[in-house]
Design a protein around this ligand. Structure first.
Ligand code: PMV
Length: 282
């Protein structure tokens, strides 16, 4: 048997979600596959899944259609796919809760949005450690992705925001509140399919992420390039400091924008959004 779970891209609410505010995340077409067999490399998440739900002597191995360097959430996807392998009839709730605990035990920090996306798939409004989990009635998102070439450690970025929050609690609190307002409007506009407004909201969200100190020169140059080439709006996705830039754009500008991202030194990554959650493949 083989199981799989999707990777993810965080669309709105990055960092604020760590403090209980909502975010919007979409599951992407890149997937992580788990089957029986001896694993090589980093087996911490597989081992923890086996320790939670496996029998003695169980072995699992993982392969993926994407590189871990992009920040697409390979750790949470592998954990979710492994749990599905061990208990194919488990509910989404059981898988989410067990996988989130494993990811927290190993990584120390995390809001669980990536675990939720890997489990239920689609595009979701997520918050409060899973108490808020609402699947949005959206089909494809006109999203383009540019990788900066810089891999950043999420825990380091989360810590830097925590330090800023300790120094300036009121300012950071206001930023999180403002991000929440953006997230809630983005949810409505995405459902309506008003992508031009969604782009503007990405720009606003990016301004606050800049204020939090989590953007980078490389991210900014990809954002400028994408917008100059016709994107409706752009922002970083995830922890920041590197990883990926995302933008929404009209179909007829796509090629032009991809060229601009490449010229600015980014790597264009082709994905589709709103992918199915964890599943048994065969
Ligand atoms: O870097 P990523 O893709 O794992 O995203 C991190 C997003 C944060 O909000 C910064 C942390 C979290 O766990 O929500």
């Amino acid at each position: 048997m083989t199981t799989s779970a999707p990777g993810k891209l965080l669309l709105f609410g990055d960092h604020a979600v760590v403090y209980g505010h909502p975010c919007i995340v979409t599951a992407i077409s890149e997937r992580l596959y788990v089957s029986e067999g001896e694993a090589a490399g980093d087996t911490r998440f597989l081992d923890a899944a086996i320790a939670a739900w496996g029998k003695q002597g169980t072995t699992l191995s993982a392969t993926s259609t994407f590189s871990g360097k992009y920040g697409f959430g390979s750790s949470s996807a592998v954990t979710v796919a492994a749990l599905k392998m061990l208990r194919p009839n488990a509910t989404h709730k059981e898988i989410f809760e067990t996988a989130y605990k494993i990811v927290l035990d190993i990584q120390g920090v995390g809001s669980g949005f990536d675990v939720a996306a890997a489990t239920v798939g689609g595009t979701i409004l997520y918050g409060e450690g899973g108490k808020v989990l609402e699947q949005l009635p959206i089909k494809q998102i006109p999203l383009l992705v540019g990788y900066t070439g810089v891999k950043v450690d999420t825990a380091t970025m989360v810590k830097s925001v925590a330090q800023k929050r300790e120094k300036e609690p009121e300012k950071v609190g206001r930023i999180f509140e403002a991000i929440e307002t953006i997230v809630l409007e983005a949810k409505e506009k995405m459902i309506e399919g008003d992508w031009e407004r969604v782009g503007r909201l990405m720009d606003f969200n990016q301004e606050y992420l800049r204020d939090l100190g989590v953007s980078s020169e490389k991210l900014e140059s990809l954002i400028v390039a994408a917008k100059a080439a016709g994107a409706w709006g752009a922002k970083l996705s995830g922890a920041g400091g590197g990883d990926c830039m995302i933008c929404v754009a009209p179909e007829d500008k796509k090629e032009f924008i991809e060229e601009a991202i490449t010229k600015a030194g980014g790597e264009v990554i082709h994905i589709s959004t709103n992918a199915e959650g964890v599943r048994v493949e065969s």
